[in-house]
Design a binder for this molecule. Structure first.
Ligand code: FES
Length: 159
């Protein structure tokens, strides 16, 4: 997609969200949240569309976006989380680990979260069988996965 096509696409998807939500009382924040959910961040190209749609100045919209730290100006860094599904890890509970990670992230293997922050993949032996069940996050191996480590990983990839 060219940059121009990407910004037209952002503008039209933003306009659709505004249409749907502008009847709400105090629509700016819910619209910004929906835009962030749609794109994974609040694109610069969405701001003038919001300003026009809500009869606000661009400076007002920009001010709100930068005031709330929840809104990202750029796409989240994409993480790749691989969970070992080979035999040694299987015997140490990798199925339960995978089920928990999938549930916390709301995705299955070979999928990416909606905000684009993490892709989940199975992997078959990371050479860390002695510390099963294991995983690899962005190229770094992590052994002896337990509930606490899983929660830490999920918090890190979603931050
Ligand atoms: S089987 Fe999982 S690291 Fe070897």
């Amino acid at each position: 997609m060219t940059m121009q096509a990407a910004s037209t696409e952002i503008a039209s998807r933003t306009a659709a969200i505004i249409d749907e939500m502008k009847g709400l009382e105090g629509p700016l924040l819910p619209i910004l949240h929906s835009i962030q959910e749609e794109f994974g961040y609040v694109p610069k190209d969405a701001l003038p569309v919001i300003a026009d749609g809500l009869n606000l100045s661009r400076a007002e919209v920009h001010g709100v976006v930068s005031f709330y730290h929840d809104f990202r100006a750029k796409p989240a860094r994409r993480h790749v989380l691989k969970l070992c599904q080979a035999e040694a890890c299987q015997s140490m509970g990798s199925d339960a680990v995978a089920a928990k990670v999938k549930q916390l992230l709301g995705i299955d293997f070979h999928e990416t979260t909606r905000d684009g922050s993490v892709t989940l993949e199975p992997v078959y032996c990371l050479g860390l069988c002695a510390c099963s069940p294991s995983a690899m996050l962005d190229g770094e191996v992590i052994g002896r996965l337990d509930d606490e480590k899983i929660e830490e990983i999920v918090a890190e990839v979603h931050s």
